[in-house]
Design a protein around this ligand. Structure first.
Ligand SMILES: [Zn+2]
Length: 138
C-alpha cells in the first residue's frame, strides 16, 4: 500500500478555514509554509511524473471512485480482489496501516523519496504523524 507524505517546509493552500494545519489564520488564498511533516490522504490529484513513479511501486494505488466518499481519490486496492481500501481506515483509525501506534508498527512503513516537483489536491492532511522517524528541522 502507498501513501504520500510531505517533507518539512512544504507549502499549503488551505481552501477550508476549518481545516487549519498550522494554527495560522491568514487569507485562505495565500500559500503558507508548513513547518511540519505531513501525510496526505483523500488525494484527488497528483502530477503525472509522480503518478508514474507510484505506479511502478504499486499498480494497486490508483485514482478510483469511492462509494463511501462519493468522489474519486487516489486509493489503495486489495491486490487479491480489487476492493478499494478506504483512506479513512488506513489513515484515521488507530492502528490503520498509516496510523501506527508504536515504533514497531511504523517500522513496517518504508519511506522513499521521490525527487519530483509535487503539487496535490488533498482533503486529508495529518501533520507530524508519530513514529515515522522523519528528519526534524527547526
Ligand atoms: Zn481482497
Amino acid at each position: 500500500m502507498l501513501a504520500l507524505a510531505m517533507p518539512h517546509g512544504h507549502e499549503i493552500l488551505d481552501g477550508d478555514t476549518r481545516a487549519d494545519a498550522d494554527g495560522g489564520d491568514a487569507a485562505p488564498d495565500a500559500w503558507q509554509r508548513a513547518a511540519v511533516n505531513a501525510m496526505l490522504f483523500y488525494v484527488e490529484s497528483i502530477p503525472e511524473d509522480v503518478q508514474d513513479r507510484l505506479n511502478r511501486l504499486s499498480p494497486f494505488f490508483r485514482l478510483a471512485h469511492s462509494a463511501a466518499t462519493l468522489n474519486s481519490y487516489w486509493a489503495n486496492h486489495c491486490e487479491h480482489c480489487g476492493t478499494l481500501l478506504g483512506d479513512h481506515e488506513l489513515h484515521c483509525e488507530p492502528d490503520g496501516a498509516f496510523m501506527p501506534s508504536n515504533e514497531a508498527a511504523a517500522a513496517n512503513i518504508q519511506l522513499q523519496q521521490i525527487q519530483e516537483p509535487f503539487e496535490a489536491v488533498a482533503a486529508g492532511y495529518a501533520f507530524e504523524p508519530e513514529f515515522f522517524g522523519f528528519v526534524r528541522k527547526s
